[in-house]
Design a protein around this ligand. Structure first.
Ligand SMILES: Nc1ncnc2c1ncn2[C@@H]1O[C@H](COP(=O)(O)OP(=O)(O)O)[C@@H](O)[C@H]1O
Ligand SMILES: [Mg+2]
Length: 766
């Protein structure tokens, strides 16, 4: 059946007759008690298994391919996780995994291989009898028909030649590729290789596309083919008959062939059609699902449509993972055949080797699209991985072992951040490595990959990025035992950062700012603003009002996401209540005549609270005087960490407004010792905010950003590291009162057009 043109071979014909005459009840009907069989022929040289014939199979969609034969393949989770829903057994309704028997049963080198499956319990007499019949009657026949092979000679030499030629043209196409080319350039070349492996097709045309998965959609990569959609959306896989074909191929890791409707009907109608590998009519629907552009439908319904294939590009180090999909659609060409599928699938396997080094992070099969913030946001809103402390530690150790092989190291937990990730200090021991410590951050693959990609895109090349640089990153699989005793699979990401200041003389601002003098703080704040200038210097106007962006759209337009709402409720705090805060924002929204048409936007850190800022004391001891001149000690350097929310196109004042709100009400207000200096510190912050706003955002007002964060901060919760369930309000009750008073004053000030200092509304010494 693999001969070009799709004709069945004589031996396939004979095997089929022998099976049909065996008395075993092969049937596709839904009632239990029926059998299926699939017979493969094994290539004596490369061991490839060619589908020879099948009987009693409901869904004859061709899901087979080199290197993957095991239909029970588990997804991620190991033996106790559910079998692959797109695997053979799930599709064919073989409910009892033991109702499957493989032949021949001996370990001797094989020339053929057959799987007999039963739709019923493996203890049924019917199954036992059929296994015996197969063993005693059919195995000798199959041996007779398929047993003699010439060692060293390919089963289908023509096909083998064609495959070799295709692989050679692929590597020729690769030679034209610069070693540092981008993934899109690389894929353009790979597509050339695929094209040259297809039958020459004048006057018809093969449309070839390679799609990369971004997590929620498929994006066409490489040079564009206007006939193909640029992106195909992927709904949450429902594992229903309506799942798009791209999802099915991705999850099943098997290539598929879709033939023209008419051809399919002709084949199934004829006596010859019973075990042809053709697609059912429902697959047309699947083929076009998720394509809003309608281009796929246009191609598949074209009167000269001559077949389509979808092939997985597997991750070479873990062939249960699909990193890209190849789509080939013929229009006006000769009809595609299983042998075309075989050849292109072989190329797809090779493509895995070429594409995988370009993966954003080793082991992570997705290509998040940084241009699409919505997609990122959606991924971040997923609940964090719910591991216990012990499980986190174990996962962190495995990830570290992967990233620092042949190294001795020790992990020390650091206080966890707010983003649902865990952070450890990694001390490297041993002679061959730098002894500088590192910070290890582990979390869901989505969160970590997003953070690493933000670092690469916005931080790496700036002076800000010097303080906490990405050294290594990896994605690993991890299982968590669930209540029912099963395991739940998950992808865990890990990233190793350089430790701020090499681990010496560094103090987080949550500590440092408590004791720094007003002068020290002023100098350090200036330094910080200088650092941030590498982003803010490129601030640009964006049409649209800042009020709408940071107040209306953030708080009033959308419902508060359920997770945050739950956190608010868990604090049990009533005064001010969420309703009171939202009412203030509504008052602002309707009260301000917002005349500004543009907002200054730039790259911002996105999470600039005192916990993400460090002060680094100078390491050189400065003498008090040189000769008779006094020496002014340099101000401590500042460093930033945590790129998880760094983004472009954000209101430029959001960072400093957040830092101001956090320092004023979290760091300082809660400290009795700071009360008398509070107003002075607030004035410094006010001046600095106004200065930065004047420089970069002269047509905007930082107060909108400040109100934005006050509103958010009133309901921040801190998770206790030990007691996961305990929700502690970020601000103590007094500080909340003060922050609310400040919010109230600034809302009024904005409505009245009054420029108030940050301290407005706050009664000190209360
Ligand atoms: N590069 C680093 N150097 C030193 N400490 C770090 C570093 N990265 C993280 N930490 C520590 O881990 C904590 C949490 O890390 P962070 O990246 O802020 O996580 P989150 O996104 O959860 O807030 C920080 O507050 C800090 O104490
Ligand atoms: Mg943080």
């Amino acid at each position: 059946m693999f001969h070009d043109g799709g004709r069945r071979t004589r031996e396939a014909e004979l095997v089929k007759r022998a099976l049909a005459a065996s008395g075993i009840n092969f049937g596709t009907a839904d009632e239990p008690g029926r059998f299926t069989v699939v017979v493969y022929r094994i290539d004596p040289v490369v061991g490839y298994q060619f589908v020879l014939t099948m009987l009693g199979v409901r869904d004859r969609t061709p899901m087979y391919g080199p290197e993957v034969y095991d239909d029970l393949r588990r997804r991620r989770g190991g033996p106790s996780s559910p079998p692959n829903p797109y695997g053979f057994q799930a599709r064919e309704g073989i409910g009892d995994p033991k109702s499957v028997q493989h032949f021949p049963e001996s370990d001797a080198p094989r020339t053929w291989s057959a799987w007999l499956s039963y739709r019923g319990d493996h203890k049924d007499q019917l199954f036992i009898n059929a296994v015996n019949t197969f063993r005693n009657e059919l195995v000798p026949v199959l041996d007779l028909l398929l047993g003699h092979q010439t060692p060293g000679v390919h089963l289908y030499p023509e096909l083998w030649n064609r495959e070799r030629r295709a692989l050679v043209s692929l590597s020729k196409a690769m030679e034209a590729c610069h070693p540092l080319s981008t993934v899109d350039e690389l894929i353009s070349q790979l597509k050339q290789g695929v094209r040259s492996a297809l039958p020459s097709s004048s006057p018809g045309y093969f449309h070839v596309g390679v799609f990369l998965h971004s997590g929620s959609s498929w994006r066409l990569a490489g040079s564009a083919d206007a006939a193909l959609p640029e992106r195909v959306d992927q709904p949450e896989p429902g594992r229903t008959p309506d799942d798009p074909i791209l999802t099915v191929v991705q999850a099943s890791t098997r290539p598929m062939l879709l033939l023209p409707q008419g051809l399919q009907e002709r084949r199934t109608a004829g006596a010859d059609g019973g075990d042809d590998v053709v697609s059912r009519p429902g697959w047309r629907q699947r083929f076009i699902a998720g394509d809003a552009s309608g281009r796929l439908a246009h191609l598949v319904d074209h009167p000269q449509f001559s077949g389509a294939m979808v092939l997985p590009v597997l991750y070479p180090y873990d062939t249960s993972m699909t990193i890209a999909l190849v789509v080939v659609i013929g229009v006006g060409t000769r009809t595609l055949s299983p042998s075309d599928l075989f050849v292109v699938n072989s190329l797809a396997t090779e493509m895995g080797q070429q594409i995988s080094p370009h993966l954003p992070i080793a082991g992570y099969p997705y290509w998040p699209d940084p241009a699409n913030s919505d997609e990122w946001r959606r991924r971040e809103e997923q609940p964090p991985l719910d591991f216990s402390g012990q499980e986190w530690k174990a996962v962190a150790e495995r990830a570290t072992a992967r990233m620092l092989p042949e190294t001795r190291w020790a992990l020390d937990p650091l206080s966890p951040g707010k983003s649902g990730t865990r952070v450890y200090r990694v001390d490297v021991q041993g002679r061959n490595h730098s002894r500088l410590p590192m910070a290890l951050k582990v979390g869901s693959a989505e969160a970590i990959v997003s953070e690493v990609m933000r670092f690469e895109r916005f931080v790496e090349d700036t002076s800000i990025g010097q303080s906490s640089r990405v050294r290594q990153r990896v994605v690993i699989r991890a299982h968590r035992s669930d209540a029912a005793g099963g395991v739940e699979p998950g992808l865990v990401g890990a990233v190793l950062y350089t430790f701020v200041g090499g681990g010496d003389r560094v103090v987080q601002w949550t500590q440092w700012a408590r004791t720094a003098t007003v002068e020290e703080f002023t100098a350090a704040l200036l330094r910080l603003c200088n650092r941030l200038d590498c982003w803010y210097d490129h601030a640009r106007p964006l049409h649209g009002s800042v009020l709408k962006r940071v107040i209306h759209d953030e708080f009033l337009a959308k419902k508060v996401e359920p997770r945050r709402r739950k956190q608010w409720d868990a604090t049990g705090l009533s005064s001010p209540s969420p309703t009171e805060v939202i009412d203030q924002l509504k008052r602002l929204n309707t009260g301000v005549r917002d005349v500004e048409a543009s907002t200054m936007v730039s790259i911002i850190h996105g999470d600039l609270h005192a916990g993400n800022v460090f002060s680094i004391e100078p390491s050189v001891r400065v003498p008090a005087r040189v000769g008779d001149r006094p020496v002014v000690a340099p101000a401590p350097d500042v460093a930033l960490i945590d790129w998880g929310l760094t983004d472009d196109g954000q209101f430029v004042m959001l960072d400093l407004a957040k830092l101001a709100a956090d320092l004023l009400f979290h760091v300082w207000w809660q400290q009795d010792g700071r009360r008398d200096e509070w107003a002075a510190l607030a004035t410094i912050l006010t001046d600095q905010l106004s200065a930065v706003a004047g420089l970069h955002a002269n047509r905007c007002d930082w107060r909108f950003a400040y109100v934005h964060y006050l509103a958010k901060m009133l309901f921040y919760v801190d998770k206790e590291a030990t007691k996961e369930s305990e929700q502690v309000a970020h601000l103590c009750p007094e500080a909340r009162q003060a922050a609310y008073a400040s919010l109230d004053a600034h809302v009024t000030g904005l409505i009245d057009g009054q420029e108030l200092p940050l301290s407005a509304g706050v009664v000190q010494g209360a």
